[in-house]
Design a protein around this ligand. Structure first.
Ligand SMILES: Cc1cc2nc3c(=O)[nH]c(=O)nc-3n(C[C@H](O)[C@H](O)[C@H](O)COP(=O)(O)OP(=O)(O)OC[C@H]3O[C@@H](n4cnc5c(N)ncnc54)[C@H](O)[C@@H]3O)c2cc1C
Length: 450
């Protein structure tokens, strides 16, 4: 092939149909787990398609190991505000001994660390118990359409390419892959090319907990001192916190840029490749600093650099409603609430992380998530849940964390069930009916005190 060749023509071929489902979910992160659990739990023949051999999305594949967004600061009191399927998953992780006690974040809210293997096994168990099928090691690569409806998801697997027929599709890919293939409108970043910066997470083991103490408070100060002496870090501050076993700590500090200083684009194969290498380089460099400077870390070692770079933001659909940053800070209410987001705006900008909170203790500390943010424009049998749902860059900087993704996923799976039961398009279902079922299933919609 000459270097001037830009395209090759793939010969037409017959693609075997693997199976037919009522609901097909693409992606097994928090949104996909909750979507498949909800649809299958309501008796729908459901398949979840995941490119890795385990569930959890960024929470496992990118080593996040910590749930944010389950809690909100409600008039000065920190309360759990995300329930329903999230509770069922948390209980399973806890039964496996993999759930840490919730810890304070800036004294304003709480987050909860977990062990990756326990999350993976608990999510398997949840989906099996609900009756959902799972197809692992299957990369979604395209869709077939009949006018404005998706008829099949095309996947590449070790047994070859195949088609998965479905009646309702739920895009929980995090990157809005399915929505983009189906032609639904979307945005990338803040409109001028800036996405939240990605991070390669890592975990260290062999920490001396007594010597380390509350090192998470000290480490940012140690970094500032080192910077005054000329040392450089990828961003200001670091999140270095213990896991359930206090000899193991997670480290969230790297920040992966292109040569021109922009966040690398998680939908660009070339940038992802250079980003993985740069992320591991930064992880090693910071680990060397930790061992040298942080008390209790002298004999520590890196126990895990996860399978992939942590991607916070790529495509977000521009659906029937876009959740905004102002909705988050003003604790907005919506008549079509499907649950709540209590996490503040956490904006990963070049060299820093900027936080914006709703007023504490004056506000109720959470915003409603409207059903319309799951509805893409122009595709009538598609729902989009999780970090690629319809939000502005600022809105996504808050509601993208696990708590909000569980809420959106559960609502999307339940809405798929209702659309099938009523024979309506997903945008035409009776929202009060959806809300009633979500509440029966334990979800909190933010209509009365949590
Ligand atoms: C470094 C980092 C730190 C974070 N820290 C926290 C934190 O402390 N707490 C918190 O709650 N949140 C945190 N977040 C955010 C949170 O992890 C994510 O926003 C959340 O996981 C998004 O969930 P999701 O289900 O929308 O998508 P994802 O978690 O991205 O899951 C998408 C899934 O779809 C699969 N997939 C994608 N495309 C395809 C395809 N074409 N075919 C097949 N499968 C596909 C992926 O493999 C993945 O499993 C962090 C994120 C990052 C990157």
């Amino acid at each position: 092939m000459s270097s001037a060749t830009e395209y090759v023509l793939e010969p037409e071929r017959h693609v075997p149909v693997r199976a037919e489902y009522e609901v097909v979910v693409l992606g097994g992160g928090p949104a996909g787990i909750a979507a498949a659990a909800a649809a299958a739990g309501h008796g729908r023949k459901t398949l979840l398609v995941e490119r890795y051999g385990f569930l959890g999305g960024m929470g496992t594949a990118a080593g996040v190991t910590n749930f944010c967004g389950l809690y909100a600061n409600v008039h000065g009191e920190i309360r759990q505000v995300v329930h329903g399927i999230a509770d069922e998953l948390l209980a399973r992780i806890d039964r496996l001994g993999g759930l840490n006690t919730p810890h304070l974040v800036f004294g304003k809210t709480k987050a909860q660390a977990y062990d990756t293997p326990a999350y993976k096994c608990a999510a398997d168990d949840l989906l099996l118990a609900k009756g959902s099928e799972v197809l692992f090691h299957a990369l979604g690569v395209g869709v077939l359409m009949d006018r404005d409806a998706i008829t099949a998801l095309l996947v590449e697997t070790k047994s070859g390419r195949c088609a998965l027929l479905g009646r309702i599709f739920i895009d929980c890919s995090g990157d809005a892959d399915l929505a983009a293939w189906a032609g639904a409108p979307f945005e990338l970043g803040d409109g001028i090319g800036n996405m939240l910066y990605p991070t390669t997470m890592f975990r260290v083991n062999g920490v001396d907990p007594a010597a380390a103490g509350e090192a998470w408070k000290l480490i940012p100060n140690l970094m500032e001192d080192a910077e005054r002496r000329g040392e450089r870090f990828p961003r200001k501050g670091a999140i270095v916190r213990p896991q359930k076993n206090p000899v193991e700590w997670r480290v969230n500090v790297t920040q992966i840029k292109t040569r021109n200083g922009k966040a690398i684009d998680g939908t660009d194969a070339g940038e992802l490749s250079t980003g993985e290498i740069e992320g591991r380089r930064q992880a090693l460099a910071f680990f060397e600093f930790l061992r040298r400077a942080a008390p209790g870390f002298g004999d520590a070692y890196i126990v895990d650099i996860p399978p992939q770079i942590g991607i916070r933001e790529t495509r977000r659909i521009t659906g029937r409603y876009q959740l905004t940053g102002a909705d988050v800070t003003a604790c907005a209410s919506f008549p079509d609430s499907i649950g709540v987001n209590g996490w503040p705006i956490e904006n990963h900008v070049a060299g820093d992380v900027l936080w914006q909170w709703p007023p504490i203790p004056q506000s109720r500390g959470f915003n409603h998530l409207p059903y319309r943010m799951l509805l893409p424009v122009g595709v009538r049998n598609l729902l989009v849940a999780g970090r690629c749902a319809s939000m502005t860059h600022d809105g996504q900087s808050a509601a993208r964390v696990s708590g909000g993704c569980f809420v959106m996923g559960q609502a999307a799976g339940t809405a798929a069930h209702l659309a099938l039961a009523s024979g309506r398009d997903v945008a035409e279902i009776a929202v009060h009916h959806l809300q009633a079922i979500l509440e029966q299933d334990g979800a909190y919609l933010g209509h009365d005190p949590a």
